[in-house]
Ligand binder design. Structure first.
Ligand code: NAD
Length: 445
């Protein structure tokens, strides 16, 4: 199939590259000429495991990159919209979606033959039917249904594991305004045999994505609330509490050899310094705002957000147990991306942690295996030194704060072993064994 993908961010580029690997002819479109130029040279603008080799394999062959959206739509049978849908503080910002829908519509005006337009971006329920479809009709002068199809196909990839998630999806949601739109979408995913599919209308497809992310966010805030209460009561370790919860038959399967197998959801039932990233915070906020518009209080998801907002403060409180004032205290912050294996710092808990520490007057160094460039941009002009090496970052630290669960940080016990005076280790992810440290504090301990 000939496919155009509009927007070459995490979702668009990964989708484009993987669809080329599945045998489609793909044209990736972005309005950012710099990104297009890099992609054309086989250099992904984002860090994502396994992406570069696949991009190099297909670019110039089954995969093209361009800024020319009109040409891309005219030369393909199906367009996936994968532009950003940020939260503007009060509701989802559909500016990029509207603009792309208008441009696709204008191209459709000149196009003979059927074309399917599919929203892949995360958009609040109703957007495809009530915003995208009317813009397409108006700009093209054609009728959705007989002249062109409209679909909604949410993406569930996790940054850091995006290529694997796309190539081996857990589910495929095919939302369409009619049978023909869904049939065309089926064709796009014909190479994904054996994957469970949900065929539905666009509004339900949109809601599936929000319901999925809201559940994960709820699990995290639930675990953090339990951890915070345990810490306030004293004598309770949230690690043991959550292990006890995970062993419930509802959350683990007993194998024939007596071992237990936990479904992936239990990795979200863990206390830490809060959820971040480009999806969970923004999606829950957008759904809450959308619910308010519909006259619902959205009490549960409001609380999920509130717990999350306050979670980075826990790190500061743990440091203050040992240093009444943080002025001049040398603090090394480890982990800046919102999760391991990505350089994405959008809404990372590391940002409020570092900003609070800076306000308190701490002397700051920070390190991340992948997000140093992004961090230098974010903290430009601030008093945070972004280091290139783990050892250098923690060498003279009075306190080491772990914010992201990168594997490399397993080296910390060896690196501080025998140091006098011993640094304080504040483990925001409960990833290190407290027995390895003289001075240790952890979330929910
Ligand atoms: P992103 O911000 O990384 O990328 C969006 C791209 O769209 C940018 O490269 C931008 O230049 C381009 N763009 C904007 N306007 C354009 C236009 N008019 N024409 C062409 N290109 C244009 O976004 P992302 O993280 O890939 O997310 C895209 C959507 O997918 C969002 O709705 C997001 O919520 C959703 N989503 C993201 C993830 C994730 O893990 N990042 C996972 C699932 C779903």
């Amino acid at each position: 199939m000939k496919v155009s993908v509009i927007g070459t961010g995490y979702v668009g580029l990964v989708s484009g590259v993987c669809l080329a690997e599945k045998g489609h002819h793909v044209i990736c479109v972005d309005s950012d000429a710099g990104k297009v130029e890099r992609i054309g040279r086989g250099i992904p603008p984002i860090f994502e495991n396994g992406l570069q080799p696949l991009l190099r394999k297909h670019i110039g062959g089954a995969l093209q990159a361009t800024t020319d959206l009109r040409r891309a739509v005219l030369d393909t049978d199906l367009s996936l919209i994968a532009v950003g849908t940020p939260f503007d503080g009060s509701e989802i910002d559909l500016r990029f979606i509207r603009e792309v829908a208008r441009q696709i519509g204008e191209a459709l005006h000149q196009k003979k033959g059927y074309h399917l337009v599919v929203v892949k971006s995360t958009v609040v329920p109703g957007t495809t039917d009530e915003v995208v479809l009317p813009i397409l009709e108006q700009a093209s002068g054609k009728k959705a249904g007989p002249d062109f199809g409209v679909g909604m196909n949410p993406e569930f990839l996790t940054e850091g594991e995006a290529v694997g998630d796309f190539m081996y999806p857990d589910r495929i949601v095919l939302g369409g305004i009619d049978d023909k739109s869904i049939a065309k979408l089926e064709e796009l995913y014909s190479g994904f045999e054996g994957v469970d599919r949900i065929r539905t209308n666009p509004k339900t497809a949109e809601m599936i994505k929000y319901a999925s992310n809201s559940l994960l966010a709820t699990m995290i805030s639930f675990s953090n609330e339990i951890g915070n209460l345990g810490a306030a009561l004293g004598g309770i370790d949230v690690l043991d509490v959550m292990r006890g919860v995970h062993l419930s038959n509802y959350l683990s399967v007993r194998m024939n050899d007596g071992s237990r197998k936990n479904p992936g959801i239990v990795s979200f039932l863990a206390a830490g310094c809060g959820f971040g990233g480009s999806c969970l915070p923004k999606d829950v906020k957008a759904l809450v705002a959308h619910g308010h518009k519909a006259g619902l209080p959205m009490s549960l998801l409001n609380s999920v957000l509130q717990v999350n907002e306050h979670q980075p403060e826990r790190i500061i409180a743990l440091l203050k147990k040992h240093h009444a004032s943080l002025r001049g205290v040398r603090v090394a912050v480890l982990g800046l991306s919102f999760r391991p294996d990505t350089n994405d710092m959008r809404e990372s808990p590391a940002i409020p942690v570092l900003r609070s520490l800076a306000t308190e007057g701490a002397s700051l160094k920070a390190y991340d295996p992948a997000a140093r460039e992004e961090a230098r941009e974010i903290f430009r002009g601030d008093s945070v030194r972004i280091c290139d090496d783990l050892q250098e970052t923690i060498a003279d630290a009075d306190a080491i704060v772990l914010v992201t669960r990168w594997n490399e940080f397993q080296r910390v016990p060896d690196l501080v072993n025998g140091r006098t005076p011993p640094p304080l280790v504040v483990d925001g992810r409960r990833m290190l064994d407290k027995k390895n440290f003289v001075r240790y504090e952890g979330i929910g301990l």
